[in-house]
Design a protein around this ligand. Structure first.
Ligand SMILES: Cc1cc2nc3c(=O)[nH]c(=O)nc-3n(C[C@H](O)[C@H](O)[C@H](O)COP(=O)(O)OP(=O)(O)OC[C@H]3O[C@@H](n4cnc5c(N)ncnc54)[C@H](O)[C@@H]3O)c2cc1C
Length: 334
């Protein structure tokens, strides 16, 4: 069981900044995110895109902003659970909460801050009959632990950055790598696409262009994958793992079942401190809604600052909060 003052659901830019604001008030944070990496939409959807509306940065690449935010919160030693989605939230008799993830991880927290963006990202699954029977039995839609593919025969499918990046990475550790893509050009970064073409020319991977996943076979675990070419002729590849990478789409998911007031897939909050209708639960960033709401990183940062001032009274009910600038004591004392 993980014990913390504040459990932050979502490790996007707003969840990360909440660690900073909470840390200034000496509150410990644990973050949990359904994705295997930190950074929310910025790392998952647009890591290389420049952002122009962060104060103090005329321009900053999305991933660079996340990397800098991680440096900024280092003094507060936040802890993380990645690749797990919070499914259940229970309010306990003493007013604190128990959160349970889809993998059974339990977190006990005095306050919950939902910084869940557009909800949890769920994989877009290809329409291949019986694919769901092999989920967790050789079929995965995200790479959580690349080492688990060492010495395996891996088939990837897709044409975006994830498919290219993992093909390049797994070429070094897997026994055999095949990439299937429906077109003959890639949506992902040109530099990565070139690397994949080079690996294919060197015979280090098998590249099947203008091809589609058509069937999956196996007895309990996946062992063979059917692929059709442009003339719809099906051939088969022996494989230990299949990784379809067709992008992720956000879904509100289990948050809808936690007794919160929801309006059009967003959590209604009080604009005084971004508290929800459940005492001790706050919602900040893209996941919340109120009159005039703007889904911008900058607005989420502001919400994190005000939320922390109110969260303090749940974590330290007997202490009086006195407002200080960071320059008063510096942040080194934390
Ligand atoms: C293409 C694009 C360009 C953009 N450009 C800009 C820009 O230039 N400037 C700007 O200010 N904004 C921009 N935005 C918007 C900006 O990305 C969002 O405002 C910002 O990401 C919100 O941050 P967040 O931390 O609230 O949520 P997110 O970044 O969405 O992170 C939320 C995290 O919560 C996790 N999560 C959700 N539910 C659960 C659960 N039940 N359990 C565990 N984890 C969960 C998700 O996996 C996700 O990682 C852009 C958005 C897009 C799509």
């Amino acid at each position: 069981m993980i014990n913390t003052d504040i459990c932050i659901i979502g490790a996007g830019p707003v969840g990360l900044f909440a660690v900073f604001e909470a840390g200034l008030l000496k509150m410990r944070c644990h973050l949990i995110d359904a994705l295997p990496q930190i950074g929310g939409q910025l790392s998952e959807i647009y890591p290389h895109k420049p952002i122009y509306d962060i104060p103090g940065y005329p321009t900053v690449k999305a991933q660079e902003l996340i990397d800098n935010q991680l440096k900024q919160i280092e003094p507060f030693h936040p802890t993380f659970t990645l690749g797990e989605r919070v499914e259940t939230v229970n309010k306990l008799e003493d007013g604190s909460f128990e959160l349970i993830s889809n993998e059974g991880t339990k977190i006990r927290s005095k306050v919950i801050v939902i910084a869940a963006g557009l909800g949890s990202f769920e994989p877009r699954k290809p329409a291949v009959q019986g694919l769901e029977n092999f989920e967790g039995k050789g079929v995965s839609y995200m790479v959580k632990n690349p080492e688990s593919f060492r010495d395996q025969r891996v088939v990837l499918a897709g044409g975006g950055d994830s498919a290219l990046d993992w093909t390049i990475f797994l070429a070094d550790i897997a026994k055999e790598v095949t990439l299937i893509h429906r077109s003959d050009s890639f949506r992902g970064a040109p530099d990565s696409a070139q690397k994949v073409f080079n690996l294919a020319n060197e015979g280090r991977i098998r590249l099947l262009l203008q091809s589609n996943l058509s069937s999956v076979h196996g007895n309990g675990r996946i062992s063979k994958i059917g692929v059709t070419d442009k003339s719809k002729v099906e051939s088969f590849i022996e494989a230990d793992s299949l990784i379809p990478l067709f992008g992720l789409s956000p879904k509100l998911g289990p948050i809808a079942d936690w007794g919160l007031n929801i309006d059009k897939s967003a959590i209604e909050v009080n604009t005084f401190d971004y508290s929800t209708n459940v005492d001790g639960i706050f919602a900040i960033g893209d996941i919340n809604t109120y009159p005039g709401k703007l889904k911008l990183i900058l607005c989420g940062y502001h919400e994190a600052a005000l939320m922390a001032q109110s969260a303090f009274k749940y974590v330290f009910p007997d202490q009086k909060l006195s407002f200080k600038y960071t320059t008063v004591n510096g942040i080194n004392e934390f």
